[in-house]
Design a protein around this ligand. Sequence first.
Ligand SMILES: Cc1cc2nc3c(=O)[nH]c(=O)nc-3n(C[C@H](O)[C@H](O)[C@H](O)COP(=O)(O)OP(=O)(O)OC[C@H]3O[C@@H](n4cnc5c(N)ncnc54)[C@H](O)[C@@H]3O)c2cc1C
Length: 417
Amino acid sequence: MPSESSLCCQVLVVGAGPSGGDLARRLALQGVDVVLVDRLDDLSRSAFSSAALPIETMTSLGLPAEVVGSRWREWQLIGPGAATRRWAAAQPLGVVLDFGALRRWQADQCRRWGGRVHLGLHACSSRQESEQVVTMLRRSDGSTLEVRSDWTVDASGHERALLGDPPVTDRRRDALVRAAGLEWLLRVSPSCWERWADRLSFCLGSDWVPQGYGWIFPMQPGVLKLGVCRLVDGERRQPPLGGLIGDLGRRLLAGGGAEGEPFEVLDRHGGLVRSTIRRREPHQRGRVVGLGDAVSTANLLGGEGIRHALTSSAVLAPLLQEALRATGRSTSAQQSQRPLREYAPLLRRALGWRWSLSGRLARRTWLGLHGPRADGRLDQVLRGLESSRAEDLSALLFGYRFERYGLRAMPYLLGWR
Ligand SMILES: Cc1cc2nc3c(=O)[nH]c(=O)nc-3n(C[C@H](O)[C@H](O)[C@H](O)COP(=O)(O)OP(=O)(O)OC[C@H]3O[C@@H](n4cnc5c(N)ncnc54)[C@H](O)[C@@H]3O)c2cc1C
């Protein structure tokens, strides 16, 4: 049977990542005629995100147990230098998601609530025709699909496939800050697994990953996630990430598995995070609206974006529904677009002022971390945290609650001293 060459819907969502998948399932649940597309033909593939989240996100954002890879209750910070510091809680503090399972679950929920999901479709362009958006999508065999919708949502992540990169008037304030990450999924021996289970481990300091950090997260019994991430610095030669992740594996995991071979690499994946620090970019162009990483919700301090992407869909879903209702009442085009005016300010409020502060802190912390002086400064900050509880560390790293450490600590945290 030949594939369709055109279709119509109320809302087209481009990108079945956490933000697009969540929006599509929310809208489908409310009876909206929604179509979710992704260029991937299998949502298990390219599961690039290490997907560590605080435990409360599971209930606040309505995520089911089936997307959880493992739980953790301890922070372990290795470095700078020889130091290893640990903070353990009695109860689980967070989860590591199976990113592929999350995307599959969201798409499945969208289908079950009556939405349509089309995979293997690459969105190339969109144009507005009267009060509709016409989006052109291409299949891998070269054939095309034209989708007419009342609204199109660009949830294509840092690629911003339809909205494009934001305009830059002031390079320092508005430019996209880029972080590149690489991750391996490793099968390890039971004894090696035991050493890394139940905790999030980060490697900090310029002798691990200059201008970034490394990590080991437990994925599921016998399987670990090993990763490196750093901010991209155009003014400095940066060693290849592939070499850094190999070194990290050898230094941390050697001796943990079969003779001579400490681990088996099951999958290699990676990706980019690109966010503006101030988030002042346009969130909308006509009837095309941006969501998640496409409007810079990823936070660069911990390379963390899943819960912020989900927050953006929780903010956008009711506004889109209101806009669709206004269209149904055959009000003027301007009136039907009015609810969307609230989107950017409401999202900014939902992310909070700490989000923005942590973005600034990220740029200073990671770009500056390339030598012994910066290592020493970081060591000093970590020493100051030694008497904290694991829960306090979560509040700092996930809640960005820097002010808890007092105003005197802020200049150090911000790298001003
Ligand atoms: C290495 C790495 C580790 C990370 N670790 C964490 C972590 O531990 N915790 C955390 O919270 N966040 C983490 N993040 C960030 C997090 O994964 C992202 O912020 C989050 O996935 C953003 O969700 P999104 O839906 O906005 O975009 P994405 O997840 O990027 O989804 C975009 C989707 O759009 C599709 N797409 C792109 N272009 C097109 C097109 N033209 N046509 C059709 N489809 C298209 C893509 O295939 C993709 O499925 C990590 C990121 C990286 C790179």
